[in-house]
Write a protein of this length. Structure first.
Lengths: 755, 157
């Protein structure tokens, strides 16, 4: 397939307005949380108050007897199968034992939310506390309480290397790291910690569920992954996947926090018992205490360098605290190894990613799930080393970064590498030459790479008798503008206007399979599937047009929303009308998955993502001031130079990058789910500090374009990576401004003032 | 239960509501005006913002009974027929919309600000909008959209 620019490029590459904007600014768009059905009940979930305990007694009698209560569901109500994306270690409801605060024990459905709340509170649970473990380092010790005694009996991915409290272990080995340290002029060792944070979507997780007479359970919800949700629900309820229908009306943000099932299974279970539609809406407290957070981590990095500032060896490990169920943990720990390597040429590497169970709440896959934690560690250490060697941090990076054709840590040949250009442009834009223009003011840099995830996309395309095309795809428009980009591409390739393209998405019974809105892949993969569908549809349209016009196909030209041959022409509308009469209408499909990326298998063990399709490269530069008394940070200027491959829609890319930077600033300086013995202490938006409009600096975005060989028009994934580098860039700037180095996120004013 | 008479987007509605019903509940559940969004229910996120007599308030912590006699305006009442309000137009033109869930609340918050300060400075926009969270955009384009609407002097209330 030719991935390169089309000749009739009218819409691709422009700042075309979003196709979904009008409904969103007028309030007309129906989100999952706006969806309701007649006779709908309201569900609430009773959650564990103990981090690790036996359930000695569970008394539902008062709740069940309350007027207006229509269903009370526990593990005993029906056979729920264990689930989980990599290791089947999740239970829908606790069975005899709870292993984290917030774990579901029972759910109730009632006529009103108030009755459901009262019934939930009337359920009596008697616990007998068990020894618990909250620190992943402690959980790795042989005498730690074991979270899953039957771990090896669970169904699991063969790559999830399990033992004790470990659900996954990935390694990368290159050269001889000990020899590298022996040759080194200096060796540096640091340990960093990062706490869990919330994805921060403004629409809480919600599901409305209903079972029909044919035994099909339908959920209207706000998942990012239609088909993963469908498969997980089918597994839990022990039914075929087509007995579960998942529909996403519209979604209010996700950022990875809505990849895995949230409320859907509870709503379906309650609806099955109540024989009525049931809605379950996550409260703000539940969101901040019982959602799929970005994992907390411990990152250890040991780096050896020569006198000239070339990195000779790196040994590092990322310890991911998955909480009591592994979730995405083994994958996140695995991918973290490549972030630990960084976008650097290093001849000797020993990198390890560990997913460790604790009695904290299970986490998940927030935006670039493996990114910010290891990047904060390695990029902080780069500046520590540079300062110790007396080399400028920019120069130190330039001496070590990868270039076109270099190998990644897993042995992938890196292509489309725009890293040096990003680094130089970001440094130039921030005015790197004047690093500390005044007292308590400093600049910081951080760089990184990220992937455009693989996974299949399917697309159906039809031409209607009004000459308009309808594209049907199984992804969710998260708000990134990906589907606007796809419509821009289709419009050009079909020689019509963007307004002539309708996009229907996210109904598992109608739209084709898709790996889903995740991993910075939506635009890249869906667009390629849609382009193939367009090519197939044109392959059906051309012979019909040639026949209708009485000319050879070779003389047809696409122009003016139809085909032209000399003086003769036929519009797409007329062609579609004719086809409906004589040829069964005009429909076509396309499917796409990026080719697997070659890597050196001898370097890796149990790696989930050793080859990165269309890697993206980024450099962040920040200029900030620190109040010497309070430690408060004021960001004066922030620059991102990001290699996006090719900008299908520059405005929407800027929007992704600006939004990701602000999330990253939140993680850098203010966001932390404060956990004490597995309990989140700040589970409300007053105490959980997401950036407001007051906290946002001017952000300048520089788009760098080193094309991908496979992305549409050379585009690379853009959705995730801009949240990766802000913590490191800001920590480095704070160190530059104050001489104080904070190794534990967030870099709060308090920590700076006390350091 | 009590009988309430509320004027929403210029239209009078006589409804029965619990004493404890919030304006948000009444708008969404009784009047089916779901453009006003629901999230934290503790006035921290701002997605439920509407105008009461031209002032932006959080409908999640406002009792419906307090709003009798007031001019209540929701996002659905911002358009004039098919004609968008200048803020709605600006949010589209400045690419300030992503997932869109905060946008009705953000536009209503901005409308309240522009009612008070038709030509707000950058700092006044920040102060005026700081009660409404957006997790997608990083706010950069939202500030631009409000500036754009204000500079054009097109805002009418």
């Amino acid at each position: 397939m030719n991935m390169h620019p089309h000749r009739n490029q009218v819409n691709v590459g422009t700042r075309h307005k979003r196709i979904d904007a009008l409904g969103k600014v007028t309030g007309a768009t129906i989100y999952a949380s706006d969806f309701s059905l007649p006779g709908m009940l309201h569900g609430r979930i009773l959650r564990s108050e103990h981090a690790h305990a036996e359930i000695v007694a569970l008394d539902l009698s008062v709740a069940e007897a309350m007027p207006g209560v229509r269903a009370v569901v526990t593990a005993k109500t029906m056979a729920f199968h264990r689930y989980g994306n990599l290791v089947k270690d999740f239970q829908v409801f606790a069975e005899g034992r709870v292993s984290y605060i917030g774990q579901a024990i029972a759910a109730v459905a009632a006529d009103t939310p108030e009755i459901a709340e009262a019934a939930m509170q009337a359920i009596r649970v008697e616990y007998r506390p068990l020894p618990a473990v909250f620190d992943p380092i402690v959980a790795m010790q042989p005498d730690a309480p074991v979270l899953h005694p039957d771990l090896l009996q669970y169904k699991a991915s063969p790559l999830a290397d399990r033992a004790g409290n470990r659900s996954g272990r990935t390694t990368i080995t290159v050269g001889d790291v000990e020899a590298g340290f022996r040759q080194s002029y200096r060796v540096y060792e640091h340990r960093f910690r990062t706490p869990p944070i919330h994805a921060g979507y403004t629409e809480p997780r919600v599901a409305v569920a209903q079972w029909d007479a044919a035994g099909i359970g339908t959920v209207w919800c706000n998942t990012q992954l239609l088909f993963d949700t469908q498969a997980a629900l089918a597994e839990i309820f022990g039914v075929n996947v087509t007995q579960i229908r998942v529909i996403v009306p519209a979604i209010g943000g996700g950022f990875g926090g809505k990849l895995r099932i949230g409320m859907e299974h509870y709503a379906l279970a309650l609806a099955r018992v109540a024989k009525r539609p049931v809605r379950v809406f996550s409260t703000s407290h539940e969101e901040l205490s019982a959602a799929l957070f970005r994992y907390g981590s411990v990152i250890e990095v040991k780096t050896g360098v020569d006198r000239e500032g070339r990195i000779l060896a790196k040994q590092a490990r990322a310890i991911i605290d998955t909480g009591a169920c592994s979730g995405s943990g083994p994958l996140v720990a695995s991918t973290a190894t490549l972030i630990l390597a960084g976008p650097y040429r290093i001849p000797n590497l020993l990198l390890e990613g560990l997913a460790i169970y604790t009695n904290n709440h299970p986490g998940g896959s927030m935006r670039a799930p493996s990114g910010p934690m290891p990047n904060f560690a390695i990029e902080s250490q780069m500046d520590i080393i540079a300062a110790d060697l007396g080399i400028d941090p920019l120069e130190f990076r330039l001496r070590n970064i990868i270039h076109e054709g270099d190998l990644s840590a897993t042995g992938q040949v890196m292509t489309g590498v725009g890293l040096e250009e990003c680094l130089l442009k970001a440094a130039d834009a921030i005015g790197w030459d004047r690093k500390n223009p005044e007292n308590n003011r400093g600049k910081g840099l951080a760089i990184g790479a990220w992937m455009t995830s693989r996974g299949s996309s399917g697309a159906y395309l039809k031409l209607s008798a009004d000459g308009r095309f309808t594209l049907m795809v199984g992804v969710v428009e998260l708000g990134t503008g990906a589907l606007t980009g796809v419509a821009q591409i289709l419009a050009d390739e079909l020689s019509v206007d963007v307004a002539d393209i309708s996009v229907v998405s996210a109904d598992s019974h109608i739209t084709p399979y898709d790996f889903g809105s995740q991993g910075s892949r939506t635009m890249a993969t869906v667009a390629n599937a849609a382009r193939l569908a367009a090519a197939n549809l044109l392959g059906k349209m051309r012979p019909l047009a040639a026949k209708a016009l009485g000319v050879p196909e070779a003389e047809l030209q696409m122009r003016g929303k139809g085909f032209v041959a000399g003086e003769k022409s036929i519009s797409f509308a007329a062609l579609a009308a004719q086809a409906q009469m004589s040829a069964g209408g005009l429909i076509a499909e396309g499917t796409y998955i990026a080719d697997p990326i070659a890597y050196d298998a001898s370097r890796v063990r149990n790696h989930f993502s050793p080859g990165w399709p269309s890697p993206s490269f980024h450099a962040h530069a920040v200029d900030l001031q620190v109040d010497p008394m309070s430690g408060e940070i004021t960001i004066k200027d922030y620059v991102v130079a990001q290699d996006v491959g090719y900008a299908i829609n520059p405005s929407n890319l800027e929007g992704q990058i600006e939004g990701g930077v602000v999330q990253g600033i939140g993680q850098a300086i203010s966001e932390e789910l404060v956990q004490v013995e597995g309990r989140v202490l700040n589970a409300n938006l007053t105490d959980y500090k997401m950036p407001t409009i007051m906290d946002v600096p001017p952000i300048r975005v520089v788009l760098v374009e080193h094309p991908s060989a496979t992305g549409p028009y050379g585009a690379k994934g853009v959705g995730e990576p801009s949240c990766i580098e802000p913590p490191a860039a800001i920590a480095n700037a704070v160190a530059s401004a104050t001489g104080k180095r904070i190794l534990d996120l967030p870099v709060t004013a308090e920590k700076i003032a006390r350091a | 239960m009590r009988k309430l008479s509320l004027t929403v987007n210029g239209e009078r509605h006589d409804i029965d509501a619990e004493d404890s019903a919030t304006l948000l509940d009444v708008l969404r559940l009784k009047l089916f005006l779901t453009g006003t969004k629901s999230n934290c229910l503790e006035a921290e996120c701002g997605v439920c913002t509407v105008l009461i007599d031209g002032r932006a308030i959080n409908s999640c912590i406002t009792l419906a009974a307090q709003c009798e006699g007031a001019d209540i305006r929701t996002i659905e009442g911002m358009t004039d027929g098919d004609k968008l309000h200048p803020l709605q137009q600006s949010f589209i033109e400045c690419d300030a919309v992503q997932c869109g869930y905060c946008i009705p609340g953000m536009i209503m918050t901005a409308a309240g600000l522009l009612n008070e300060k038709p030509n707000p400075s950058f700092e006044e926009i920040q102060e005026g909008l700081c009660g409404t969270l957006c997790r997608c955009t990083g706010y950069t384009k939202i500030v631009q959209a409000v500036q754009h609407a204000a500079q054009d002097g097109r805002v009418r209330q």
